[in-house]
Design a protein. Structure first.
Ligand SMILES: Nc1ncnc2c1ncn2[C@@H]1O[C@H](COP(=O)(O)OP(=O)(O)OP(=O)(O)O)[C@@H](O)[C@H]1O
Length: 475
C-alpha cells in the first residue's frame, strides 16, 4: 500500500435520492467500464445531457471526463478509502504532507464521503501508530479543526466556535493560529474530536445559512515523531470544501449577504484551482519558476505545503470530486467535472528540497552550536544552554523572549539587554540572508531543469522527424 502519485483526481457519483413512490429516474452519469485506462492511467465518466429543441426534438449529448479513478453509484466509500486514503496514513506517519479534498455541489456527497473516510482514517492511524511505538517510530498526534467562512476562520474544536486564524510562519509554512490543538491517541479520541468538529460545523452553519456547505471545513492531524523534536511533523488533513454551485435564481440567493458569500466561495475555489495548476509549472519550455498564488485566500494559505514546488517534505493530494447523477443537477455536475479534469495536468512528482547547507534552517544542532560558540564566545555563552537539541529550523522558531532568556541563562547573566539582542538579531540576519540565497539557488536550479527538459524534448522531436524521413525515403 503506497502512494502512487503526488496528485490524484477521483470522481465519486452519488446515487439518485428518490422519494418512495416517486417516478423512477435513470442516473445520467455513468462510468465507462468498457474504456481501457487512458495514457495517464485515467478512467472515464460519461455525462448525458438531455437537450430539447424544436428542430431536433429531444436529444442526448454525451460529455466524457477523465479522472485517475471513477467510483460509480454502487461503489462503497470503503473501496475509495482503501485505494486512496488509507495509503496516506503511513505516508504521513513517515513525515509526508497528505491532503484529501472533497469538492462538489451541495448535497453531492462531500460530507458523506469525507466523514466516512475520516472515521476510517482514525481507525487506521491509531492502529498504525500503536504498532510503530514499540520500535520507537511512533508519533505524538494532535488534531485541529477549523472552518473558513469568507475571510473568517473559526475553531471547530472550541465549543464557543472562537475566532482562529491562518497565517504564514517564519519558514513560510501555512499554519493554523489560535486554534485548539488537542492531543489524541486512541481511535475513540480521534473520532470524538472529529465528530465534535463536524457537529459544530453543522450548528454554526445553520445559524448562518440553511445549507451547511457554505464554509470550508479542515480537519488537520499533525504527526510529530516521538524522540526527534527537530523532525518536520507529518500531516494528514481532510478538507470538506464549500458547495461549488453558482448562485441559484431564487430571490434568497440575491440578498447581498448571500451574494458576498457566493463570491467568497467562488474566489477561494478558483484560487485553489490556480494553486494546484500552477504546480504543473506550465510546458517544459516554460523556464520560469511559477508563482503560486497561495496567499490570495485563507483556504490556499492554510494548504500551502500541498502546492509548494520546493517543499521540505513530500506532499500528496487526493482530490475527490463528488457529483449528483440526477437530471436536475447535470449542469452543476458538468461544472464539477470540468474543474476536476483540468487538475489532471498537475505533475506526478514535487521537488522535495534536499538539505542545503547554505540554508540555516537546514543546519544540524552541531552546526548551530558551532555558530553560537563563534559569535557568543566572547560573552562566554554556553551554546548547549541556548540550543540544547534544536537544529537551525527549531532554533529559528524559538520566540524572541525565550531566546533572550536562554542567552542570559547560558552566560550566567553576562549577556542581557542590548548585547543579548545584538546576538539575537545577528542570528536572524543570517537566517534571512541564507534563506534568500538558498531560494535564489533553487529558482536557478528549477530554470536549468526546465531548460534541460525543453532541450531533451526538442532533441526527441528532431529524432522522430529523422526516423519518419528515413522511412519515407526507404519507401
Ligand atoms: N454515495 C452515496 N450513497 C448514498 N447516499 C449518499 C451518497 N452520497 C451522498 N449521499 C446522501 O446524500 C445526501 C447529501 O450528502 P452530503 O450531505 O454528504 O452532501 P454534501 O455535498 O456534503 O452537501 P452539504 O455540503 O450541503 O452537506 C445525504 O443524505 C447523504 O447521506
Amino acid at each position: 500500500m503506497s502512494v502512487e502519485r503526488d496528485f490524484s483526481v477521483v470522481f465519486r457519483l452519488r446515487p439518485l435520492l428518490q422519494a418512495p413512490g416517486a417516478e423512477q429516474q435513470e442516473p445520467l452519469v455513468t462510468v465507462d467500464e468498457g474504456a481501457a485506462a487512458g495514457a495517464a492511467g485515467t478512467h472515464t465518466a460519461v455525462v448525458s445531457q438531455e437537450r430539447k429543441s424544436w428542430k431536433h426534438g429531444e436529444t442526448a449529448e454525451q460529455h466524457r471526463f477523465a479522472a485517475h479513478r471513477v467510483y460509480g453509484c454502487e461503489a462503497q466509500t470503503d473501496e475509495l478509502f482503501d485505494e486512496h486514503v488509507a495509503p496516506l496514513v503511513p505516508f504521513a506517519l513517515d513525515g509526508g504532507y497528505a491532503t484529501v479534498l472533497a469538492y462538489g455541489q451541495t448535497a453531492s456527497g462531500k460530507t458523506h464521503t469525507l466523514s466516512h473516510c475520516s472515521a476510517a482514517a482514525a481507525r487506521v492511524l491509531s492502529a498504525a501508530n500503536a504498532a510503530r511505538r514499540p520500535g520507537g517510530k511512533g508519533c505524538r498526534i494532535t488534531i485541529s479543526c477549523i472552518e473558513i467562512y469568507g475571510k473568517t476562520v473559526n475553531d471547530l474544536l472550541d465549543a464557543a466556535n472562537k475566532r482562529a486564524a491562518v497565517a504564514e510562519d517564519m519558514q513560510g509554512r501555512g499554519v493554523l493560529a489560535r486554534v485548539t490543538e488537542r492531543e489524541v491517541t486512541t481511535e475513540q479520541e480521534i473520532l470524538t474530536a472529529m465528530e465534535q468538529a463536524w457537529a459544530l460545523r453543522r450548528t454554526s452553519a445553520t445559524a448562518k445559512n440553511a445549507q451547511s456547505s457554505r464554509s470550508h471545513a479542515l480537519i488537520r492531524l499533525t504527526l510529530a515523531p516521538e524522540g526527534d523534536a527537530n523532525a518536520t511533523p507529518g500531516v494528514l488533513q481532510l478538507v470538506d470544501l464549500a458547495g461549488s454551485e453558482r448562485a441559484a435564481g431564487d430571490s434568497a440567493s440575491h440578498s447581498s449577504e448571500r451574494m458576498a458569500e457566493t463570491v467568497a466561495i467562488n474566489t477561494s475555489l478558483m484560487a485553489l484551482k490556480e494553486c494546484m495548476r500552477a504546480r504543473s509549472g506550465g510546458a517544459a519550455s516554460d523556464a520560469s519558476a511559477k508563482h503560486i498564488p497561495f496567499r490570495s485566500t485563507k483556504l490556499t494559505l492554510a494548504l500551502k505545503e500541498a502546492f509548494d514546488l520546493f517543499s521540505r517534505q513530500p506532499a500528496t493530494t487526493v482530490f475527490i470530486a463528488t457529483a449528483s447523477t440526477a437530471a436536475a443537477d447535470i449542469s452543476a455536475t458538468l461544472n464539477t467535472f470540468r474543474y476536476a479534469s483540468a487538475l489532471l495536468l498537475v505533475p506526478q512528482r514535487l521537488v522535495v528540497q534536499e538539505p542545503d547547507p547554505r540554508d540555516v534552517t537546514y543546519w544540524s544542532n552541531a552546526r548551530v552550536l558551532e555558530w553560537l560558540a563563534k559569535y557568543g564566545g566572547a560573552a562566554l555563552v554556553r551554546p548547549q544552554d541556548v540550543a540544547p537539541y534544536e537544529d537551525g529550523l527549531a532554533l529559528s522558531r524559538v520566540p524572541e523572549a525565550d531566546f533572550m532568556a536562554r542567552l542570559q541563562r547560558g552566560s550566567d547573566g553576562a549577556l542581557q539587554g542590548e548585547s543579548a539582542r545584538r546576538l539575537y538579531l545577528k542570528w536572524w540576519r543570517i537566517v534571512i540572508a541564507s534563506r534568500t540565497l538558498a531560494k535564489e539557488a533553487r529558482a536557478a536550479e528549477w530554470k536549468r531543469t526546465k531548460a534541460a527538459a525543453a532541450a531533451a524534448s526538442e532533441a526527441a522531436d528532431a529524432e522522430a522527424a529523422r526516423e519518419i524521413l528515413a522511412d519515407v525515403q526507404c519507401e
